[in-house]
Design a protein around this ligand. Structure first.
Ligand code: DOR
Ligand code: ZN
Length: 346
């Protein structure tokens, strides 16, 4: 028996598209299902200025296959040199929808991130004034803080002080991985939202480390213990408007993942919607999937919900997802949930 579910076409509120040959390979994987995505600016060098974002936007549109439609929502990478007026102009032009805060050294290509938060105060105040959201990679980078505690410590030491010092600043906690993150969002108002990835709804830290190390499950923030995964599932499936999908689909070629010092990132663009249908059905919450993937994100960003639709169907045969996709730089492994999935996009 075939079961089906039609929802407003989803958006991805946190996506890494990269550049060059990788962009060419991964963009169609996202554009096939998603209408829009918040495009992460951690290129080398990063997308810092309005002009950088305009040029990257052009490269993305040039890489889009003629038969696909996709609206890349551009993001500026916050540095200690970012000019508040440039940010305001980028926002006023309609091109830029958010600014991204990476604490220096937190993750892939974050070396230009912020070390001294006092140096970005002027930018944050301007953003609060004009209503431009700040997307936050919420992990401290201190080597004395255990990697599994970095999100919770960031909330206390960095995020909460920034929010108190900048009333009116709209903040998205990106890719939350802990119950602490969920609770912090719920304890606050609608100026604070959070994205949740597909993979953090599926794996906990055992999946990375037990029975042999699984480099394709390694991402940042790293997956935490099971109780945190369950808190994320409860938040994502609750319908609460402050939680929405940001896949953090982050392609790296296999030689850089299957490596003595492997890169962080799970590539989920290809099968995210099918995996989410599986997760939401498991939670008895298929009726909440549209809010999480298609409604809450536009609500937070003040954008219209897409008028097109996406239909998911469930069959009695497991869906065969590609194991890898090819790029001009090398193969990229598609996230394997480790269990059969019967849903697919029709
Ligand atoms: O796992 C991750 N990969 N987390 C990030 O924050 C960055 C991303 C990437 O760019 O590869
Ligand atoms: Zn990311």
């Amino acid at each position: 028996m075939t079961q089906s579910l039609t929802i407003a076409r989803p958006d991805d509120w946190h996506l890494h598209l990269r550049d060059g040959a990788m962009l060419q390979a991964v963009l169609p994987e996202s554009a096939r299902h998603f209408a829009r995505a918040i495009i992460m600016p951690n290129l080398v060098p990063p997308v810092v200025t309005h002009a950088d974002a305009a040029a990257y936007h052009q490269r993305i549109l040039a890489a889009l296959p003629a038969d696909q439609s996709f609206d890349p929502l551009m993001v500026l990478y916050l540095t200690e040199e970012t000019d508040p007026e440039d940010v305001a102009a980028a926002h006023a032009s309609g091109l830029v929808k958010a600014v991204k805060l990476y604490p220096a050294g937190a993750t892939t290509n974050s070396a230009s991130g912020v070390q001294d938060f006092d140096k970005v105060r002027g930018v944050l105040e301007k953003m609060a004034e004009i209503g431009l959201p700040l997307c936050v990679h919420g992990e401290v980078t201190n080597s004395d803080i255990d990697i599994f505690d970095r999100e919770a410590v960031f909330i206390d030491r960095v995020l909460d002080p920034i929010r108190r010092a900048t009333p009116g600043l709209r903040v998205v906690m990106e890719h939350i991985t802990t119950k602490d993150g969920v609770d912090y969002v719920k304890a606050n108002d609608s100026d604070l939202g959070a994205t949740i990835t597909t993979h953090h709804l599926i794996i906990n830290r055992n999946h990375i480390l037990a029975g042999g190390i699984k480099p394709h499950y390694y991402c940042l923030p790293v997956a935490k213990r099971e109780s945190h995964r369950l808190a994320l599932r409860a938040a994502a499936t609750s319908g609460d408007a402050r939680f929405f999908l940001g896949t953090d689909s982050a392609p790296h070629i296999d030689p850089l993942k299957e490596n003595a010092c492997g890169c962080a990132g799970c590539f989920t663009a290809t099968n995210t919607m099918a995996l989410l249908a599986h997760v939401f059905e498991e939670e008895g919450a298929l009726d909440q999937l549209e809010k999480f993937a298609s409604r809450n994100g536009p609500g937070f960003y003040g954008l219209p919900v897409n008028t097109e639709t996406l239909t998911l169907t469930k069959s009695d045969q497991p869906t065969q997802f590609p194991e890898k996709i090819a790029s001009g730089d090398g193969p990229v492994t598609v996230f394997d949930p480790g269990f059969p999935v019967y849903w697919d996009v029709a």
